[in-house]
Design a protein around this ligand. Sequence first.
Ligand code: PHE
Length: 338
Amino acid sequence: MNTLEQLASLQQAALAEIAAASDATQVDELRVKHLGRRSQLRLIMGQIGAMPATERPALGKAAGQTQQALQDALEARAGALASPAHEPTFDVTLPGRRPAMGRLHPLARLIDELVDIFRGMGFELADGPEVEDEYHNFDALNTPADHPARDLHDTFYLTDGLLLRTHTSTVQIRVMEQTPPPVRVVSLGRVYRKEAVDATHHYAFHQIEGLYVDRGVSFADLKGTIEMMGRQLLGDRTRVRFRPHFFPFTEPSVEYDFSCSLCDGGVPGCRVCKGTGWIEIAGAGMVDPAVFTAVGYDPEVYTGFAFGMGLERIAMIRHGVDDIRLFLDGDLRFIRQL
Ligand code: PHE
């Protein structure tokens, strides 16, 4: 390789290295390597003086051009690395964009609150499937095949004896099947009924179920527990009223009402209680001995209470919402207001 060729290949290699430099430090190192006192270029330049006089001008010119090319390249690369093109460009004078803040759905908040209330009373959380079998939804709950609750009008039947659970009472059975007494659980979740949808009915809604079984559990325990829940949900002044009722799986059975949190019975035509002073809330009772027998608990030894309550109804009262569909159709314009 003659000197001109040496210069050309040196220049080519150095330019490639400079183009690949990724920060200012590397550019500086390359400057020392290719233009510094001990660089190959300086070495060649030092040798030119000893070359034949006829070749010296051409060689000197070529070496000078290489030096200039490398200097230009180093400068250009340093400039490019420092330029703001390497940072995101944005207009700092524009107003900021507010991040969309998520929040819990009002039903999810109610569920969290109920879990807290019942944890505070020593209840554990239990869960069960929404796709159930007839046994857990009906038979084990003392609801035989000819009972009207099993009517096609009320229940979404699937194939193979399966259905969408019509209440969370299924979880009572699932818990007792798996756990020897005592048990003290609550379960919260979705249930389904084949109902025409209107402002107060929906084919899907949520319930909380409570179950407490031990030796010597009495109706007084049930009343105290429901009263405690009512006060914590709707305020300290809330009173509870129990009315006789019937459920196949409790005996005796009651429906219970909370005193109206809006008017406390004082306002005729109140939009929450319609002036009656009471809001009908849910069902409850002492676990029927037939249910204990179905799960293998001895009804001579154990007693217990159970209650079930719709959550949408509570949320509607608390937030003054008059249409149950709003909780379930996911319209953010509604949910953001609660
Ligand atoms: N499962 C009943 C319902 O959905 C409510 C209930 C639960 C009643 C527990 C008594 C005991 O209507």
